[in-house]
Ligand binder design. Structure first.
Ligand code: AMP
Length: 187
């Protein structure tokens, strides 16, 4: 089963994705984590990605499409996975849709974690104090929310056309939201 978590930065995709992946025994593929590890390791990918990440901009598709392709090709993602943080652009969505379709698979559930902009800013600022991410500065937060609206939010309409997007109001407790997701997915 392939599950896509959509939602703005700070909506709780990482938290709910982790719970969901653990519960269903699925791998979670998180492009943000992969990129942060690459930055940490100082690899060519990390060096290329860092300047975009620090500014809150998307790492260009020319870099990300290859990364997504590699992740989808891994044996552990053969039968299912939870996608967190991608696809984030139309080109990424096309790649994911096409790759799964070629394998006779599809995104089974698309969950849109829905949180108001005020709450997103509050959460991201709170996280900045805890995790110390270099892109949780006020300017980068502002850019990330703008980039989400411009590049990623249109994917909601793209997937809604196919009728399998579920909106999850994501402002309750972590447990309540997880229960909601369980009900939607049916397991
Ligand atoms: P995230 O942890 O998902 O908020 O991602 C942190 C940063 O990594 C983003 O602001 C982007 O710079 C970069 N990033 C993560 N995933 C992607 C993606 N699928 N496409 C482009 N950039 C990404």
């Amino acid at each position: 089963m392939f599950i896509l978590l959509l939602g703005a930065p700070g909506a709780g995709k990482g938290t709910q994705g982790r719970l969901l992946a653990e519960r269903l025994g699925l791998p979670k593929i998180t492009t943000g984590d992969i990129l942060r590890a690459a930055v940490q390791a100082g690899s060519p990918l990390g060096r290329e990605a860092k300047r975009y990440m620090d500014e809150g901009k998307l790492v260009p598709d020319a870099v990300i499409l290859g990364l997504i392709k590699d992740e989808l090709a891994k044996a552990e993602a053969k039968d299912g996975a939870v996608f967190d943080g991608f696809p984030r652009t139309a080109a990424q969505a096309e790649l994911v849709d096409r790759t799964l379709a070629e394998r006779g698979q599809r995104l089974n559930h698309i969950l849109l974690l829905d949180v108001s902009e005020d709450e997103l800013v509050r959460r991201l600022q709170q996280r900045a104090g805890i995790e110390g991410r270099s892109d949780d500065t006020p300017e980068a937060i502002r850019t990330r929310l703008q980039v989400y609206q411009r590049d990623t939010a249109p994917l909601i309409a793209h997937y809604a056309q196919r009728g399998n997007v579920h909106r999850v109001p994501a402002t309750g407790t972590i447990e309540d939201i997880a229960t909601d997701i369980k009900r939607i997915i049916g397991r």
